[in-house]
Design a protein around this ligand. Structure first.
Ligand code: OGA
Ligand code: NI
Length: 369
């Protein structure tokens, strides 16, 4: 049965099948695998030290995660809240973000509908090309680079949303019918949110308000990553997404309003990130850590799974224009505060992030001076 399912996934479309012996590169969507197995297969089982709860049980945050009112960012109080959240966690909750609760509800509902379609329907948007090469865009898993790469207990649908004229609409689901319009409307709003936060951060750091906006260029990139975490019979053995930091600039995250799972690391301990309906979780990415010369760090985070319930999230990942150079903002540097990271183009940086991710290495570590 499992072999049959794999066969459907690999060969069921008119895309070429992988070369013999290479099927390990094309994992079955976890949703379909989960329906068949009682135990997670060994490829999903984390090393002892990485398992949730093996060495460190995640705790609730000692103080509530600041909820930043994006409408009041120009006030000293709200800016202080943002600064404290970024210093302590590298992430915060955002309210008054200008996105209607009904748009959030409708988009989450539409993504759930996409993931709950039969395999053949989801597979129309597969990220599989020429058998085994996985593209960044489309439905499936992250590229499986090595045979012994431990897999995440989740499936993804990843779509480029910015620049708008580079959208590949053929990869955008047609069902449910509202999906494309909802994503378009949502992406327009989150772009404004991203710009607002970059300006507020520049102000907090006492550099020109437009410095970060100018650095990202006129054609910043954005990907929408819909994550689907099926229930897992042994949540203590697997991770929904292994520990990582986001490579791009800033992530605007919508989490499942009912099922938690996101955890952030601080001083080698894991903490549960709370979820509040219609409130965005915003975290710094590595590119912004470089741009602010490490004053605010990009947080390491992971997702744990749930034994009974599926979980959905939507991460909007904003990145600097591809050919722009990533480097600490000039206004933050002087003799006493030298650059802590080497310069690199955004394109080379993100390529490095992709290569290092499956090995559990953070690309940003390789750039530290
Ligand atoms: C991600 C991520 C967290 C979540 O997509 O990079 O960390 O809650 N997602 O799904
Ligand atoms: Ni992430």
């Amino acid at each position: 049965m499992l072999r049959e399912l794999l066969h459907i996934f690999v060969c069921g479309s008119n895309k070429q099948a992988p070369m013999a012996g290479e099927s390990w590169k094309v994992p079955t969507p976890v949703k379909d695998l989960a329906a068949l197995v009682e135990e997670p297969p060994s490829r999903f089982v984390q090393r002892e030290e990485d398992r949730p709860g093996s060495l460190t049980v995640a705790a609730d945050m000692p103080d509530p995660l600041p909820i930043v009112d994006l409408d009041k960012l120009s006030t000293a109080d709200e800016a202080a809240k943002l600064r404290s959240a970024l210093q302590t966690w590298g992430l915060f909750l955002a309210t008054n973000h200008g996105i209607d609760a009904s748009l959030i509800e409708d988009l989450m509902k539409a993504s759930r509908e996409f993931f709950n379609q039969p395999l053949q329907e989801r597979q129309k948007y597969s990220n599989l090309r020429e058998g085994t090469r996985l593209q960044l865009e489309g439905y499936g898993s992250d590229p499986v680079i090595a045979h012994d790469h431990i897999l995440d207990w989740s499936d993804r649908l990843q779509l480029k949303v910015e620049p708008e004229d580079e959208r590949n609409l053929a990869q955008w689901p047609k069902h449910p019918e509202s999906f494309r319009d909802l994503l378009h409307e949502y992406a327009t709003k989150t772009k404004t949110v991203m710009e607002k936060i970059l300006r507020a951060m520049a102000k907090i750091l006492e550099i020109d308000e437009e410095d970060f906006i100018n650095q990202i260029g006129g054609r910043p990139q954005a990907y929408a990553r819909f994550n689907y975490y099926p229930p897992c019979p042994r949540p203590e053995l697997v991770l929904g997404i292994k520990a990582h930091s986001d490579g791009p600039l800033l992530t605007v995250l919508l989490v499942d309003r009912e099922v938690g799972g996101l955890q952030v690391q601080k001083e080698n301990k894991w903490f549960n990130v709370p979820s509040i309906p219609h409130t965005l979780v915003i975290n710094l990415g590595d590119s912004l850590e470089i741009m602010n010369n490490g004053i605010f760090k990009s947080p390491v985070h992971r997702v744990v799974t749930n034994a009974e319930k599926e979980r959905i999230s939507l991460a909007m990942l904003y990145a600097v224009q591809r050919d722009n150079v990533l480097e600490p903002a000039a206004g933050l540097l002087d003799e006493k505060r030298p650059a802590r990271y080497r310069r690199i183009t955004e394109a080379n940086f993100l390529e490095g992030v992709k290569e290092h991710f499956s090995k559990g290495i953070r690309m940003i570590e390789t750039l530290k001076i």
